[in-house]
Design a binder for this molecule. Sequence first.
Ligand SMILES: Nc1ncnc2c1ncn2[C@@H]1O[C@H](COP(=O)(O)OP(=O)(O)OP(=O)(O)O)[C@@H](O)[C@H]1O
Length: 296
Amino acid sequence: MTKAIHIHFIINPVAGSGNNDLRLEDVYDIFDPEHYEVSIKYSEYPTHSTILTKDSLKEQASIIVACGGDGTINEIARCIVNTPVILGIIPMGSGNGLASHLNIPKNKKQALMVIKKQAIKKIDVGRFNDNYFFSNAGFGIAAKVIKHYQASKKRRFYSYLKASIKSLLESKDDHLIQISTNNEKLSINPLLLFISNSNEMGYKVSLTPKASLQDGLLDIVMVPKTNKLRTLLFGFLMLFKKHHILKEVKSFQIKNAELSQSHEKLFHSQIDGEYFPINKKSISISVMEKSLQVIT
Ligand SMILES: Nc1ncnc2c1ncn2[C@@H]1O[C@H](COP(=O)(O)OP(=O)(O)OP(=O)(O)O)[C@@H](O)[C@H]1O
């Protein structure tokens, strides 16, 4: 008798519009119980998915399926970078940036069928000091929007738009960030400093439409603080992926970068759509080429 494949589903019940679940019968309709051993787990609080994933690794899971959005994917995938364990995704989040880049259907049954086929892609992973990002990380308004969005408690496009406008209009504090990359030293008081592995932030919005998950590079978009009118114009153009026509918008690719602040210790940042303040003088960013196996 061949050994059963252990496939574990970790569900974030509150991602997206909430009430997420998965019925064991529906999974066994697609994954025949003779060949698959299925386990379904629910996260009960933020970061719980990481603990559940570590348990699944001890339980010999060879496929772990993240059922949620980019935040849930991060909590799970960070445990399986550079391991033979494969990540599956059932998009249940609000923005679902990474799943959308990978063309994973939102319909549960269709997403299960994709997982069953097991077409595996090795994707790049972003490193942010000792943390990973799979979709994107950012500073300036990218972090503020997430802070306001999380405070609004509702995970919908409208809340995201509201948080974006609020952040665009209140950007008055100055944080000069120095960046060493590609043999260059840059300095910016950022309206936005965005570092992306994938080509979508979620809700089909993209600051880096040409980014690839397999090119061994991270795509950067840098916008210095500017006046309110140009700030709003930037926000508007971004919705149509036309922000690059503004002369102050700089886009380039990197393999690694060192970020530092001379006067301020706290970096307000976001990683994969979750607010992530860092109390360090510097941040190292790099790409780890093709170090996560994902079913697409
Ligand atoms: N039971 C729970 N109660 C409260 N928060 C939880 C629970 N389980 C997970 N979380 C947290 O929910 C947050 C949001 O998850 P996730 O990013 O997957 O959804 P989303 O924000 O709706 O989607 P996206 O990031 O794609 O827009 C994560 O920070 C995660 O830690």
